[in-house]
Design a protein around this ligand. Structure first.
Ligand SMILES: [Zn+2]
Length: 278
């Protein structure tokens, strides 16, 4: 652990707006990576590509994911500085943990290309970029002895709720496995926040209280059973929500159609009245 000077703390509450902006910027980088892969593979017969073509693809993808990974790590290094500024003074050495192991990228691509689904490769590449962000937060948190919390975002999955229900916890080797943060998937925008002092939190997270309530209100004798039940509940809720949205869209279309017909009738009436007035 690095030597550090500890400042007298001022409470810091990261606003929801600032947090959302951080997530939005990370999302742009993930999406850019995802779209790059989809565009590159668009219309190609994945099963028919030669090893030389795959190698060319992975080498180009590598440039893309390292570039976007550096940008993601920079954002996360800034987040680290922001969230610990009230208590840590010597932050000259916030490191960037950019995921740049090309062998890992090869393993990912060769592991999923056999399924013939470009989306799997795009998701893997996007996860590879997200790891640069999460590893940067966790790596520095370990170095400076900070606490981290998993902050859910948007429609979150059962697994993320379970992680969030832990509240703030010390960064540990256990959270970092094989050099990477575990549990990172490409599709969700949930990620780690960090703090050194207990005065720091993210607005709306409040030490994970509401997630603890959701998690422990779900039946189950152990965590895997509870996550399974929670997933089922969330799926059912999502289905209801989708049905509701579809119904609303249908009503909206119907209303618009009726309105257009009524407008047409009215303007015809008006036009004919004017015609007969003359
Ligand atoms: Zn999530």
């Amino acid at each position: 652990m690095a030597k550090r000077k500890v400042k007298k703390t001022q409470p810091v509450r990261m606003s929801e707006e600032a947090w959302n902006e951080y997530i939005r910027r990370l999302r742009l980088l993930s999406d850019d990576t995802y779209n790059w892969v989809m565009k590159w593979l668009d219309g190609l017969d994945i099963a028919g590509l030669s090893d030389a073509e795959w190698n060319r693809f992975v080498n180009l993808l590598y440039i893309k994911v390292v570039k976007n990974g550096e940008a993601a790590a920079t954002l996360s290094a800034e987040l680290f500085e922001y969230m610990t500024q009230n208590s840590l003074e010597n932050l000259a050495h916030v490191d960037m943990f950019v995921n740049d192991d090309i062998r890992e990228l090869y393993r990912m691509v060769y592991g999923v290309k056999k399924y013939g689904n470009p989306k799997l490769i795009a998701e893997g590449a996007s996860r590879y970029v997200k790891l640069s962000s999460v590893d940067t937060v966790l790596g520095n948190a370990l170095k400076y002895g900070c606490e981290v919390a998993w902050i859910p975002h948007g429609d979150t999955c059962a697994f993320c709720i379970a992680l969030a229900s832990n509240g703030w916890q010390p960064a540990s080797e256990k959270l970092v496995k094989n050099g990477h943060a575990e549990h990172v998937h490409a599709n969700c925008d949930c990620t780690f926040a960090v703090r050194y002092s207990r005065d720091v939190d993210v607005e709306g997270y409040d030490d994970g209280k509401k997630y603890r309530k959701i998690y422990y209100d779900t039946e189950g004798s152990d965590s895997s059973e509870r996550i399974k039940n929670l997933r089922r509940e969330l799926d059912a809720e999502n289905k209801e929500e989708i049905k509701k949205q579809q119904h609303e869209a249908y009503e909206e279309r119907k209303k618009r159609k009726e309105q257009t017909e009524a407008d047409a009738k009215a303007s015809f009436k008006e036009a004919s009245e004017r015609f007969f007035d003359i």
